[in-house]
Design a protein around this ligand. Structure first.
Ligand SMILES: [Zn+2]
Ligand SMILES: [Zn+2]
Length: 330
């Protein structure tokens, strides 16, 4: 059933939006604009990015119905950042904070998640976001770059969870969009980063950053890595990651998939591995890295689609040969 509540517009304002309902992704031309709650502001969306999670949602992950989209840059319509470009943390706490909120908003027991869980997302002309979730974007960061702040923050979350040291050998399993961000973030901490992927043309991208690459089909390495990060977006990534991590090493799981795992967990016990789930991260840290040009993101953009054709953007993003597909909104 479609989310109610948020869809009662005060101004009677209608907008264009990309809606997922009963497994169908469709453009609505007359979608009521969201009505912000008292702790929220309306953000006019400039650009948004299609992410692997959007593709999984369309396949049934999280059972989500509503407006898709959680990677975006926009302009705040009101509140303390009114008129400024902003990016938003996607974890939305309720108006009344719970006990987890002050320390750990990402794990608020009453949270909704923009475009993923109980909260309409940003593939629309407007999105309602809690004001505390917003971070203003400095002038030196372009709209294109700012779209990547959310996934880049997720990459930085790994550094919040695992102390990567200069002597570590790190494997990034997966050569996609998130792998490109994660490899660069890890490479800031240690020179020995190897990306393992299936696509020689995607692996090419990493060489400009002096990051090592390894084609999966030629890969015979075993128990080599101190830290292995699975960002394949497929169920096969974790099994490989467990197999190539040294005893007492750490495996970071970034992949979220709609399907279930059938997997041999014995390497975790035999090799005393730590498996660490990793999700959203610090937006200001990601913005700062973009502002200092420490992370390159723009080469990931392979297509730009106007909002009225956003359904096509989802199709494109799932095709081989495409990396980040941007939806141009305002
Ligand atoms: Zn995402
Ligand atoms: Zn809370």
């Amino acid at each position: 059933m479609f989310l109610t509540g948020q869809f009662i517009s005060v101004k009677g304002l209608e907008m264009r939006a990309l809606v997922l309902e009963q497994g169908q992704v469709q453009i609505w031309e007359d979608c009521p604009a969201p009505q912000p709650e008292k702790h929220e502001v309306l953000v006019k969306v400039l650009k948004a990015g299609v992410c692997e999670t959007d593709l999984q949602l369309a396949r049934g992950y999280m059972n989500f119905s509503g407006i898709l989209g959680h990677e975006f840059v926009g302009v705040a319509e009101s509140g303390r950042y009114a008129g400024q470009r902003v990016v938003a943390d996607i974890n939305c706490c309720a108006a009344e904070p719970c006990q987890a909120c002050p320390q750990n908003r990402h794990h608020c027991a009453r949270r909704s998640v923009l475009g993923i869980f109980n909260h309409h997302g940003a593939f629309a002309e407007f999105v309602a976001v809690p004001e505390d979730n917003l971070t203003p974007v400095p002038d030196c960061v372009s709209d294109d770059q700012a779209v990547f702040v959310e996934p880049l923050a997720a990459a930085f979350e790994i550094l919040e969870q695992v102390a990567i040291k200069p002597e570590h050998r790190v494997a990034v399993v997966g050569d996609g969009r998130l792998g490109y961000l994660i490899a660069q973030v890890c490479h800031m901490k240690c020179p020995e980063v190897t990306v393992i992927g299936k696509h020689s043309e995607k692996l090419q991208r990493f060489t400009q950053h002096q990051i090592k690459t390894q084609l999966l089909q030629d890969f015979s390495g075993q128990l080599e890595f101190d830290v292995t990060i699975d960002c394949t977006g497929s169920v096969g990534g974790l099994e490989l990651s467990l197999r190539i991590t040294r005893p007492r090493g750490r495996v970071v799981l970034k992949t979220t998939v709609a399907s279930r795992y059938e997997i041999d967990l014995s390497p975790i016990v035999i090799n005393e591995l730590q498996v660490i789930g990793s999700r959203c991260g610090p937006m200001p840290r990601a913005l700062a890295a973009l502002a200092d040009s420490r992370i390159e993101v723009e080469s990931l953009i392979t297509a730009r689609v106007p909002l009225e054709q956003a359904g096509q953007a989802i199709q494109l993003a799932s095709q081989p040969g495409h990396s980040k597909v941007l939806i141009e909104i305002a």
